[in-house]
Structures are given as C-alpha cells and as structure tokens.
Design a protein around this ligand. Structure first.
Ligand code: AMP
Length: 589
C-alpha cells in the first residue's frame, strides 16, 4: 500500500473528534488492507513499530531527527527551530518546510507503508560505531522521499506522538464493523457518505464486539484479530507463552459488606500484598517476567527466575503474581517503595538483588500446560495453581487465602493482614472467570486509606527565582474515553533535594524529553508520567475541562509500574466526589 493512502486515513481520523465517524473511516479502510499488510498497518495506525509488549522502542532522539530534517529539507537548524516554535509541532513544521522545498524538487518515487515500516524498524536495533550515521541515513531517506503531508505523520511517528485521536476501542469497533458488517447490518448513509451504526440491532452488535474483544484479550494483537475475524477463526485463539496479556484489574470496595455484595458469598479472601505485579511466563527453563504495563523485566530479577525454575512444576504456564520486598533479618514484608528501584535497575543486578530481596506470592494462573484457563472459574484456577507450585517460605508461595461468608472472620483476616504490613485484603468471586484488562467485579480490594488518584501529567510550568531551572507546577489529568481531562495543578509533595524523595529536578528531567509544545512558561508534555496524588477534597470547578478540581493536591509518588490505561477515569472522580461525605466510612471497615 502507498504510504500516501495511509496518510489520507490519518488525516481524516485527525480531522474528526466523533468516534462513530472514526470507526466508519477505519472500518472501510480495513477492507483495503491485504492479509500481509495487516500487521504493519495496524501498528502504524497506532503510531508504533513494535507491539506494546516488545521492549524495543520506535524512533530516534529528537536531536537526530532535527538533523535528518536538515538534510531532507535543506534548511539549517536555526530556521527549522524557528518554524517549529511558530507551529508548536515538529510534524507540522516539517510539513511546512517540505512544502517550501516541493517547488524545487520532484519526488523520485512513492513511499510504501512497507518501506516506512522497514526503515523505522531498522533504526532502534542499530548500536555501536557508525550507528548514528546509519540512523540518520534511514530517517533522511524516508523524509526525502516523502510528500509534505507524509512528512508530518512520519515525523510524528518517529517522535512517538501520532496524535490522531485513535483509541484501542475504536480500532476494535472498526474490526467488528468491517468484518461482521453483514451480520450486524450496518447501514450506509448516502448523505454523510459513511457507514452507520444500527441502534436497533445493538444486541447482535454486542455479541460480535464481545467475540472480538475476547480474541483481543487472548492475543493482545489487533492484526491477528483482524485476520481471524475476516476468516471467521476467532475461536481458535489460545494464549501464547512469551506474549503477555493485559492483567485483570480489581474494583475498590468501601468496606467488607460492600465487597461481599459485589463478589458474592462465600468468597475467597486473600492478603493484598504491597509489591508490584508480574506476569510470569514459563516455557521449560525459559522464564520471562512482564510488569502490568507489559514491560519485560526479566533481566532485573535473576532471583525470581531461579525461584520459578526451581519451584514451578508446570512445564509451560502463565502466572499472575505479586513480587514483594522483605526485610532480610526479620523477614517482614516491606512496602513497595523499598524495591521499586529494582524494576529499572540496569547494572549491579546481583548485588541489588542481595540487598533488596524479594519473594513471590502467586495469586492466579492463566495458562498451564497447553491450556488457556481464562474461562475457568477462579476456584478451579486456584486448584490448578496449587498443583503446579512447590511452595517455599520467603521464596514462592500462593497468596494466603481463606474461603468464607463470615464477616467476622473476614475482619479478623483483614486486621491480621494489616498487622503483617500488607495493604489490605482482596475478595474474589469463586466462580469468576479471568477477564484481561478489565476492572470487572470478580475481585475487589479493601484497604484502609482514603483513595488517592493516579493521574497523568499533561503539562507543566517553569518555576521562578531559584526554581527557574525546574518545572515546578504540573497539570494533571484523568482519563475520559480515549482522551484526558484536566483535574488540577500539583506543585507540592516534591522535594528540593533528591535524597528525600522525588525532587523537582528529577521530575523535570523525566518530563523534558516529553515536551511537545512550549508557550512562554507553560509547556505541554506527552502524557507518559503517571503520579499518585492525594488531596483534601474533590470540588466541582469550571477551571478545568473535567468539571472537577482537586483541593490541595499533593504528589505522593511516581507510579512507574502503571501504564496510561491504569490511571483513574473521570468516572472514578465522579464516584469519589459522590462518596466524599462518607469519608469516615471509607477509612473504617
Ligand atoms: P491496586 O493496585 O490498588 O489497584 O490493587 C490491585 C493490585 O494489588 C493488583 O494489581 C496486584 O498488583 C496487587 N495484589 C496484591 N495482592 C494481591 C492478591 N492477593 N490478589 C490480587 N492482586 C493482588
């Protein structure tokens, strides 16, 4: 396919904010994509080159991109930066510059999506001597052959900020529309020149949407699902060891009664350990560990790998577990912060493992010896889990569990869990299936603290006076459908010096590479840094586009373990807002 054809679709998607219109555009486009093209086209539509669980990253350093643009457009860095500043978007600036150049040159050949994809895939793997020059060469080659609008989207893809407002939900719906058009009876609106969603046939639509969603849950890959949907082979999908899937999420309950009302009686009650979640993939002695953001952290945890090799009996399996730090002398569990530095560690791995020992509490299994278990009940999965693991104290154990309907017993278990330094308890529905990526009610958490919010930083402001070199006030946002809405500004809770916690200069360093627009003291950043904030109260407010504002928001900690989809949504904010008056209830059981 010509890159120009994909670019036309990008442009149409960017020009409308209406989700149904986007779905219609995309579903028609999918019909023109060949079997072989599915994989790279879907990745390019998402603005990436590798699947999200692949640790290789798309793109090159911004400096190198500017250099490639100099080569491609014949403009010097100064001129380029001037236009960039005017447009506030490097993609638009590059498009403008190419338009100027177009008068002077003729494009020799047309770019194909395959060529774009191949060149971009070559770049991240280049290492060592001469790699900078070769990166430059591959990027410049693409930019030189691209037409102005193509340049705009190429640049945005390279910097990892495609910004066409295309969420995963829309891609999923477009697959349903495109592949099951006849079954769900989509109608064509001649006036609008687009497919229309038939409201009268919603249940039929929901059936197919669910089938497609289940296939996505298993494969975590839109291109596989598009191909399988076309060929009516959705039910043939199985989990694959080595390919992570989105983990199931848990709702919060105010207290034990509310929790039981959600999960039913009797329920499985487990300790809620305060560590970080890993998905353990085992294929004989080949073990891969993924965080809940699907990052591969295997090399940081050789101790976990050997614990799994030595104590997991199943040959092939995918396990869901919490990794928890503990005190070497007392063996008491330690809060997450104590081991958080192990997740990003690149050197002195063994020494760090010695210094900050961890243990594994396994609480679920998704696949054991060739069988996908997502549709099995929790009780059954727990039995299979028990049979697959040789438990060893302070190395690997199943999450401690009781099964009961008795609220007094649950309260006792809760108190005990807190006394042992854990976060609270989890209550789980015994017959619940495993629903990847969803916050369904098969499990709920009960913890004693007032709920904090996990939010993403979308902008910031440079400080004044002695804080002039730092970003010192941060615009925070929560999710609303495929977008973010602002909920306040946070400037407290950060430290002046880094020894005591996260300091202003550390957060500034994290945000600087993400700046996409500057306007005086204000900057807009790519929404990647997730932080946990607490606050005194939620108020309604016309100041922020969420309609709400946090009163006295304060930074609590960085949430490097969280992905953008894990952050709180506007629905959570509305719920907490409504619950505020009963806050004392939240604090107790
Ligand atoms: P939260 O992070 O507050 O949404 O709570 C859910 C998280 O608790 C999960 O994602 C796990 O990382 C963690 N967790 C700790 N113990 C358990 C357990 N027994 N079952 C499930 N999740 C647990």
């Amino acid at each position: 396919m010509l890159y120009a054809d994909l670019v036309k679709v990008y442009d149409r998607l960017e020009s409308t904010a209406k989700r149904l219109e986007k779905t219609s555009i995309l579903s028609e486009f999918f019909k023109t994509v060949s079997e072989e093209e599915c994989e790279h086209i879907i990745l390019l539509l998402q603005g990436c080159i590798f699947p999200k669980w692949d640790s290789r990253e798309t793109g090159i350093a911004q400096k190198l991109l500017v250099k490639s643009l100099e080569i491609a457009t014949g403009k010097n860095e100064h001129e380029l930066k001037k236009i960039w500043k005017e447009c506030g978007d490097l993609g638009l600036a590059a498009e403008k510059l190419t338009q100027i150049k177009i008068q002077a040159t003729l494009f020799s050949q047309s770019l194909t999506t395959q060529k774009v994809f191949e060149n971009l895939q070559k770049i991240p793997v280049l290492k060592g001597q001469g790699s900078v020059d070769r990166k430059l060469q591959y990027t410049a080659e693409l930019l030189t052959s691209a037409k102005p609008l193509e340049v705009k989207y190429l640049v945005r893809t390279i910097i990892g900020d495609l910004r066409i407002g295309l969420g995963e939900g829309t891609i999923r719906d477009a697959i349903v529309w495109s592949c099951f058009e006849k079954e769900i009876k989509l109608e064509y609106n001649n006036e609008k020149n687009e497919l229309q969603f038939p409201n009268k046939d919603r249940t039929k639509y929901e059936k197919y949407a669910e089938l497609v969603q289940e296939a996505l849950d298993i494969s975590n890959d839109f291109s596989i699902v598009l191909r399988k949907s076309r060929n009516r082979e959705l039910d043939s999908l199985q989990l694959v060891v080595g390919r992570p899937i989105n983990v199931m999420l848990f709702k919060k309950a105010k207290n034990i009664q509310e929790a039981l009302a959600t999960v039913g009686k009797p329920a499985a009650i487990e300790k809620k350990y305060d560590g970080f979640r890993v998905q353990i993939h085992k294929q004989k002695n080949n073990i891969v560990l993924f965080t809940r953001r699907l990052e591969n952290v295997s090399s940081q945890f050789p101790d976990i790998i050997s614990a799994v090799i030595d104590n997991v009996k199943a040959e092939n399996c995918i396990l869901d577990a919490e990794i928890v730090g503990y005190d070497k002398t007392t063996k008491r569990s330690l809060p997450f912060q104590n081991i958080s530095q192990r997740i990003k560690r690149k050197y002195d791995i063994n020494e760090t493992a010695e210094q900050y020992p961890v243990k594994i509490h396994v609480f679920d299994c998704l696949f054991i010896d060739k069988k996908t278990l997502l549709k099995e009940t929790f009780q059954k999965r727990r039995e299979l889990l028990k049979d697959s693991i040789k438990e060893k104290e302070n190395v690997i154990t199943l999450a401690e569990q009781i099964i009961t309907s008795d609220e007094n017993k649950i309260s006792e278990f809760y108190e005990k869990s807190l006394d042992e330094g854990h976060e609270g308890i989890m209550l789980k529905n015994l017959s619940g299936i495993y629903k990847p990526g969803s916050r369904v009610g098969y499990g709920v958490k009960v913890k004693p603290t007032m709920e904090t919010l996990e939010v993403v930083i979308i902008g910031a402001e440079w400080g004044e006076g002695k804080r002039g070199a730092w970003l010192s006030s941060f615009i925070i946002a929560v999710q609303k459908e495929d977008d973010f809405v602002e909920i306040g500004r946070v400037g407290t809770g950060f430290k002046e010096k880094s020894e005591e916690g996260i300091s202003f200069d550390q957060i500034t360093e994290l945000l600087k590479p993400l700046i996409i627009k500057e306007n005086g003291k204000e900057v807009i950043v790519r929404p990647e840094i997730i932080i946990e904030v607490d606050y005194e109260e939620i108020q309604t407010s016309p100041t922020y586009n969420s309609g709400y504002a946090l009163r006295f928001p304060r930074f609590v900690r960085l949430r490097e373990d969280r992905g953008i989809k894990d952050i709180n949504s506007i629905d959570d904010v509305e719920k907490y807002y409504a619950e505020q008056r009963g806050r004392s209830v939240i604090k107790s059981t």
